[in-house]
Structures are given as structure tokens and as C-alpha cells.
Design a protein around this ligand. Structure first.
Ligand code: ADP
Ligand code: MG
Length: 238
């Protein structure tokens, strides 16, 4: 059974339709990348899956259960944004444990989860620092750590690396690939960077103006793009 299923998903703002009927199935453990130009609806789609945005029409199921009206905290999803939005006055340890504390998880359990995430992300030496004392890449790792401690069934990433410089972006791309391998969790990753898409994805979904132009493996899209738009975005020259 698919981990995530989108059927006829639409989003309208007033009279403006920005997501125009998306059908998509995502398998457990799959790394799916949404690519497409700015404004095509990548973030809107992700935010609807996360429950941060109402779904205008269609059905969203996660793990077989219909999720359209389910509270974001009950969807088994954690989202990592491009702006890390860490609490500046809290330490790395406190930032990573914040959601669990908020949910009333006992302190010993929070400590255990935070240590585990810190080990995976190699953040142990930085646990007592505050965000202001970290580099951009370290901050982004903390943001990912905050997601890991919640043990989501699905990770959503919205252009998590676009604020980093080129060298760090490449490094973090490998880190995210490693993380996916380690955890084996279903991940959906939004980017407008073709190289990121090609190297990370099991499946690439190319979006344009609220519709899917083509979905397939990086190899399929590269070797056999359905149209000029897909070819221009990730395909080989034809
Ligand atoms: P992307 O992430 O691919 O750059 P977005 O999902 O942010 O695109 O936006 C898709 C379209 O929806 C854009 O045309 C954007 O202007 C529009 N949009 C996004 N949020 C709103 C909103 N709250 N109200 C009206 N239009 C919006
Ligand atoms: Mg966006």
C-alpha cells in the first residue's frame, strides 16, 4: 500500500486555482522530489500534505487513512523549512526537544531522543550552544534534528538548502541522502535545483503551473522526457 496518496488534489485562493488536480502515489521509504519553477505550487502542495493549508478538493491519505481534515500534529509528518526558525534564546538541545516538551513527553525520554538525533546528525559537541553560535549548515542540521526526534512517518523538506552557500549545499545534500539511507523513512523534498533532484530522488515529480508534467525516476526523466518543458528542466538535450 502507498504511504501517501493524492487524488485529484486542488487548491484555490479566491478565484485563482494554483493546484489543478494532482494524482500521485508515494511508496513507503521512497525519496520523492518535487521540482519546478518558482510559483508552480511546490510549497502549496507540501503545506497541504502537512496540514498547514486547507485542501480545496480531492483526497489525501497517509498510511491508508484519509487526512484532509486531520490536525497537522496527528498526521505523522514533520516538515523542515528553508528558514530554520530556531528559537534564538534556546540551546541546540532545547531547540531539538521543544516539540516533545510541548507534547508532554517525559524529560528522560526527551533526553534520549535528542541524544539519538544528535548522534545521527553529528551534533553532540554542539548541544549546549545557541543558534547564534552555529554556522548555517549546523543550524539546518538542528532544524532536521527537531524533525527526527518526532519519529515522523513522512519527512517534508521545503528547499531546506537554498539559504546555504554552494559548497555547503553539496555537503548537506550528501548528509540528507545519508539520513534517508539510515532512517529509511518516506521523504518528500522540494527544490528548484536540478542537480539536487537528480542525485537525491528515487522519483522526481516535475510541476508546472499547478499540474504534474511528468513523474518518474531520474533516469527515465533524463533519458525520455515527455516534453520540452521536462527536457529543459532535467532531461537530456533533444
Ligand atoms: P512554489 O513553492 O513552487 O514557488 P507556491 O506554492 O509558493 O509556489 O505558490 C504557488 C502559487 O500560489 C503562486 O502563484 C503564489 O503566488 C500563489 N499563492 C501562494 N500562497 C498564496 C496565498 N496565501 N494567497 C494567494 N495566492 C497564493
Ligand atoms: Mg516554495
Amino acid at each position: 500500500m502507498a504511504e501517501l496518496s493524492l487524488k485529484g488534489i486542488r487548491k484555490t485562493y479566491g478565484s485563482l486555482e494554483v493546484i489543478k488536480g494532482i494524482d500521485l502515489e508515494i511508496e513507503p521509504g521512497e525519496f520523492t522530489v518535487f521540482v519546478g519553477p518558482s510559483g508552480c505550487g511546490k510549497s502549496t502542495l507540501l503545506r497541504m500534505i502537512a496540514g498547514l493549508e486547507d485542501i480545496s478538493a480531492g483526497d489525501l491519505t497517509i498510511g491508508g487513512a484519509r487526512m484532509n481534515e486531520v490536525d497537522p500534529s496527528r498526521r505523522g509528518i514533520a516538515m523542515v523549512f528553508q528558514s530554520y526558525a530556531l528559537y534564538p534564546h534556546l540551546t541546540v538541545r532545547q531547540n531539538m526537544g521543544f516539540a516533545l516538551r510541548f507534547a508532554g513527553v517525559p524529560k528522560s525520554e526527551i533526553d534520549r531522543q535528542v541524544m539519538e538525533a544528535a548522534r545521527i546528525l553529528e551534533l553532540e559537541p554542539l548541544l549546549e550552544r545557541k543558534p547564534g553560535q552555529l554556522s548555517g549548515g549546523q543550524r539546518q542540521r538542528v532544524a532536521i534534528g527537531r524533525a527526527i526526534v518526532r519519529h515522523p512517518k513522512v519527512f517534508l523538506f521545503d528547499e531546506p538548502l537554498s539559504n546555504l552557500d554552494a559548497e555547503l549545499r553539496v555537503h548537506m545534500r550528501f548528509e540528507i541522502a545519508k539520513l534517508h539511507k539510515k532512517l529509511g523513512t518516506t521523504m518528500i523534498y522540494v527544490t528548484h535545483d536540478q542537480v539536487e533532484a537528480m542525485t537525491l530522488a528515487d522519483k522526481i515529480v516535475v510541476l508546472r503551473a499547478g499540474v504534474i508534467e511528468q513523474a518518474g525516476t531520474p533516469r527515465d526523466l533524463y533519458a525520455d522526457p515527455d516534453n520540452q518543458f521536462v527536457a529543459g528542466f532535467i532531461g537530456s538535450p533533444r
